[in-house]
Structure formats: structure tokens, C-alpha cells
Write a protein that binds this ligand. Structure first.
Ligand SMILES: *[C@@H]1O[C@H](CO)[C@@H](O)[C@H](O)[C@H]1NC(C)=O
Ligand SMILES: *[C@@H]1O[C@H](CO)[C@@H](O)[C@H](O)[C@H]1NC(C)=O
Ligand SMILES: *[C@@H]1O[C@H](CO)[C@@H](O)[C@H](O)[C@H]1NC(C)=O
Ligand SMILES: *[C@@H]1O[C@H](CO)[C@@H](O)[C@H](O)[C@H]1NC(C)=O
Ligand SMILES: *[C@@H]1O[C@H](CO)[C@@H](O)[C@H](O)[C@H]1NC(C)=O
Ligand SMILES: *[C@@H]1O[C@H](CO)[C@@H](O)[C@H](O)[C@H]1NC(C)=O
Ligand SMILES: *[C@@H]1O[C@H](CO)[C@@H](O)[C@H](O)[C@H]1NC(C)=O
Ligand SMILES: *[C@@H]1O[C@H](CO)[C@@H](O)[C@H](O)[C@H]1NC(C)=O
Ligand SMILES: *[C@@H]1O[C@H](CO)[C@@H](O)[C@H](O)[C@H]1NC(C)=O
Ligand SMILES: *[C@@H]1O[C@H](CO)[C@@H](O)[C@H](O)[C@H]1NC(C)=O
Ligand SMILES: *[C@@H]1O[C@H](CO)[C@@H](O)[C@H](O)[C@H]1NC(C)=O
Ligand SMILES: *[C@@H]1O[C@H](CO)[C@@H](O)[C@H](O)[C@H]1NC(C)=O
Length: 306
């Protein structure tokens, strides 16, 4: 019992920090990524618990623990988060998750990968829980509307050791359109038949969704370890993440995370101070893709890109 209470209070103080940082109006999507939101989306892979652990912004995970869709929460009382409503209906949201780093942060030729598109989500009263501040939070779920995913969740499958960013965004569906209609240009995305070369900015414009009302992101590489408690301090990630060699990356390192398997990896074959090139790391990349393909085959996937 005492250990349960201490674990719980740890989670709660972390959540307070998350809420505080959300209040500071910092972008909750990664540097250089658009669209963005200053509202933190609380998300967890710690499924079906009454006291979930919400991963930190940019938290590093091992791939295994991210293969079921994260459960995401918004403040329970803010049913009108986003544009004001003149309706008595509860607000309806669309959840979108993309990977802009496929097949690797150095080579984004297949990006973005569309990992998840779930319209018809609402704040669910039955999943309300409390934070340290007695703020009620509530899980976003499409159960109430019985809306199927347009593109079902597919967990991360990054072929590169360098971690990919997985960005989860929540949009308010336009007033009166509880039944989300895919823009014509995106019909071929239905069911996840084609997840590559997605463009979140373009999709959001064509679907008339406006800015995300909340967002978050996490990191997974082919060898990363972690449970979302730590940010990334390794190399090879996209600009602004960890000790990035790309662009002007200069995020705070924080502690731990993600370094697993990196000894003799990216650091050894990446020319320091310059962006890695295909010629410089081609053999390594093929080897990683080979390993990735094996993992993908085990997972029953036909391809492995993001
Ligand atoms: C707690 O609630 C107060 C009053 O509503 C608010 O000003 C404050 O920002 C909240 N703190 C956190 C951590 O959410
Ligand atoms: C969480 O609950 C849902 C619905 O009951 C279930 O389908 C899912 O497998 C559960 N997830 C875990 C990790 O237990
Ligand atoms: C990861 O998944 C593999 C394959 O399903 C499993 O054998 C392994 O035990 C899992 N590892 C963890 C830490 O859950
Ligand atoms: C938030 O929701 C809870 C539960 O529905 C309710 O008891 C509480 O009064 C609400 N708080 C505010 C500030 O609306
Ligand atoms: C809600 O507001 C929109 C835009 O102002 C308007 O087009 C719509 O008719 C209104 N709906 C209702 C039910 O009043
Ligand atoms: C949404 O779809 C459901 C089921 O197909 C239907 O009953 C409902 O009338 C539709 N709502 C709108 C606003 O089109
Ligand atoms: C997937 O969609 C993109 C963007 O429309 C397109 O360029 C690409 O050819 C499509 N891929 C497949 C396999 O259809
Ligand atoms: C994505 O779409 C936006 C809006 O249409 C466009 O400005 C941008 O160039 C596109 N990005 C890519 C990589 O095609
Ligand atoms: C995450 O992993 C660390 C290190 O293995 C462990 O100390 C911590 O309790 C874990 N946290 C959660 C929320 O599982
Ligand atoms: C990183 O941040 C430090 C301290 O703010 C600054 O001195 C340094 O020039 C920055 N490096 C890059 C590459 O932006
Ligand atoms: C971030 O990592 C760099 C390189 O290892 C180190 O010099 C710097 O002190 C770290 N910054 C923080 C805030 O830990
Ligand atoms: C990065 O994280 C690892 C694992 O937690 C730690 O051993 C190492 O000291 C960290 N490096 C920096 C520069 O913070």
C-alpha cells in the first residue's frame, strides 16, 4: 500500500509539471514541425490503469511497448477546447499520428508516415480521473460514437537506430460534422492502404481542421530502450532532439533515455559535424534495414519504414 501511494504521487507530481509546462505555451510538437499546439496532450502506453503514467514530451520508448495505440487524455471540463461551440453536443475530435523521420531522420524520402487517423473521439465520462490539482482529466475515445478509425493505429517500426519522432495531434472536428469526411485527395488513405508520403499540413488544410487543440510526441529507434520517463540525449535524431548533428539541434538533454545499443552505432559511423550521407553510412543502413525487415516479418508487417 505505501509503495502504491508513493508511485501514485510521483505520477501526480509529474503530471503537475506537465500541466505547468503546458501553461507556459511552449510548442508541444517538435522543433521545426508544423502544425503545432501549445496545449499538452497527456498520453500513455500504460494501458487501462486508473493512475496512468503520462510520458514526458519527447520521451524515449523501446519499440515493444508502443505497439498498441496510446491512450490520450484532455482536461475533462474543457469540452469546448478548440473553437467555441454553439451546440449542446459534446465536442468531437480527430486524432492524428505521423512520423516525419522515415526511413531515418537523415533521409526523410518516405515521410511522413501516417500511423493513425481516428475521427469521432470524445471525452469519455467513464474514464475520468483526477490529477494532483484535482483537475479532472478524461480519456479521448471513439467508443461513444462508434466511429471506426479511418487509418488504424500502426505502432512504430523504425529501421534506423536514430530515433524517429512520433507526433500525436488532436483536432476539433468542424461543428456539426460528427461524421468525418475524408478530403477527396485523401480517399486512397482509407484503411491504411498507403501510409507513406503523408503531409499533415496539407491534410489539415483540406479537411478544414484548423490548428491542433493539443499535441505531444515520443521517440522510438530500432534499438532504443525506455518507458517514456526520459528524453533523448543521443545523436542522430532530427534537429532539436538530443545531441542532434542535424540542423541547429540544441534541445535540453535532460536525463537518460534512448542510448541503448548506440555504442559503436551511429556515433562511430556518422562523420562528426556534418550531416550523415548515404555514401558514408550506406552499408550500415542496409544492415539496419535487414534487421528491421526481420523484426517486421516477425510482427507480420509487409514493410518497415517508420
Ligand atoms: C491548479 O489550479 C489553479 C487554479 O485553477 C491553476 O491556477 C494552476 O495553474 C493549476 N496548477 C496546475 C499544476 O495545473
Ligand atoms: C485495454 O483495454 C482494452 C478494452 O478492454 C483491451 O482491448 C486492451 O487489450 C487493454 N490493453 C491492455 C494493454 O491491457
Ligand atoms: C518484446 O517483444 C518480443 C516479441 O514479441 C518479446 O519476445 C519480448 O519479450 C518483448 N520484450 C519486452 C521487454 O516486453
Ligand atoms: C469539472 O468536472 C467535474 C466532474 O464533472 C465537476 O465536479 C466540477 O465541478 C467541474 N469543474 C469545473 C471548474 O467546471
Ligand atoms: C453554429 O454556428 C455556425 C457558425 O457560426 C453556424 O453556421 C451554425 O448554423 C450554428 N449552428 C447552430 C445549431 O446554431
Ligand atoms: C452520421 O452517421 C450515422 C450513422 O451512419 C447517422 O445515423 C447520422 O445521421 C450521421 N450524422 C450526420 C450529422 O450526418
Ligand atoms: C501514396 O501516396 C503518395 C502521396 O499521394 C503517393 O505519392 C504514392 O505514390 C502513394 N503510394 C502508393 C504505393 O500508392
Ligand atoms: C505539404 O503541404 C503544404 C500545404 O499544401 C505545402 O506547403 C508543403 O510544401 C507540403 N510539404 C511537402 C513536403 O510536400
Ligand atoms: C521506467 O523505467 C525506469 C528504469 O528502468 C524505472 O525506474 C521506472 O520505474 C519506470 N517507470 C515506469 C513509469 O514504468
Ligand atoms: C546551443 O545552446 C547553447 C546555449 O544556449 C548555445 O551557446 C549554443 O550556441 C547552441 N548551439 C547550437 C548549435 O545552436
Ligand atoms: C547536453 O549534452 C552535451 C553533450 O554531451 C553536454 O555538453 C551538455 O552539458 C548537455 N546539456 C545538458 C543540459 O545536460
Ligand atoms: C545520456 O543518458 C545515459 C543513459 O541514462 C547516461 O548514462 C549519460 O550520462 C547521458 N549523457 C549525457 C551527456 O547526459
Amino acid at each position: 500500500m505505501p509503495s502504491r501511494r508513493s508511485s501514485s504521487s510521483t505520477h501526480r507530481s509529474l503530471l503537475s509539471l506537465l500541466l505547468l509546462s503546458a501553461g507556459a505555451a511552449l510548442a508541444q510538437t517538435p522543433p521545426n514541425f508544423s502544425p503545432s499546439s501549445s496545449e499538452r496532450l497527456l498520453a500513455t502506453f500504460d494501458q487501462n490503469t486508473t493512475d496512468p503514467f503520462f510520458f514526458v514530451l519527447g520521451g524515449v520508448f523501446e519499440r515493444n511497448s508502443t505497439q498498441s495505440a496510446p491512450q490520450i487524455y484532455l482536461p475533462a471540463n474543457r469540452t469546448t477546447l478548440g473553437p467555441p461551440t454553439n451546440s449542446t453536443l459534446p465536442a468531437t475530435y480527430l486524432i492524428l499520428m505521423v512520423d516525419p523521420d522515415a526511413p531515418s531522420p537523415q533521409n526523410t524520402s518516405r515521410s511522413e508516415i501516417l500511423h493513425w487517423m481516428q475521427p469521432g473521439a470524445r471525452l469519455s465520462r467513464s474514464t475520468e480521473t483526477q490529477t494532483a490539482n484535482d483537475t479532472a482529466i478524461s480519456m479521448l475515445s471513439a467508443a461513444d460514437t462508434g466511429t471506426a478509425a479511418v487509418v488504424p493505429y500502426q505502432g512504430p517500426a523504425p529501421p534506423s537506430e536514430a530515433p524517429h519522432r512520433y507526433i500525436v495531434m488532436v483536432f476539433r472536428q468542424p461543428e456539426g460534422s460528427d461524421n468525418f469526411t475524408l478530403p477527396a485527395d485523401y480517399e486512397a488513405r482509407q484503411g491504411g492502404q498507403n501510409r507513406t508520403l503523408f503531409n499533415a499540413t496539407d491534410f489539415v488544410q483540406k479537411a478544414n481542421l484548423g490548428d491542433p487543440v493539443a499535441a505531444t510526441y515520443f521517440l522510438v529507434g530500432s534499438m532504443t530502450q525506455g518507458n517514456g520517463t526520459d528524453t533523448y540525449n543521443g545523436t542522430g535524431a532530427a534537429a532539436g532532439i538530443g545531441n542532434s548533428s542535424l540542423g541547429n539541434g540544441n534541445a535540453t538533454n535532460s536525463t537518460g533515455g534512448g542510448g541503448g545499443g548506440s555504442s559503436g552505432g551511429e556515433g562511430g559511423t556518422t562523420p562528426s559535424g556534418t550531416a550523415p550521407t548515404d555514401s558514408g553510412s550506406g552499408a550500415e543502413r542496409r544492415e539496419k534495414l535487414g534487421l528491421g525487415a526481420l523484426i517486421g516479418a516477425l510482427a507480420g508487417a509487409l514493410w518497415l519504414i517508420g
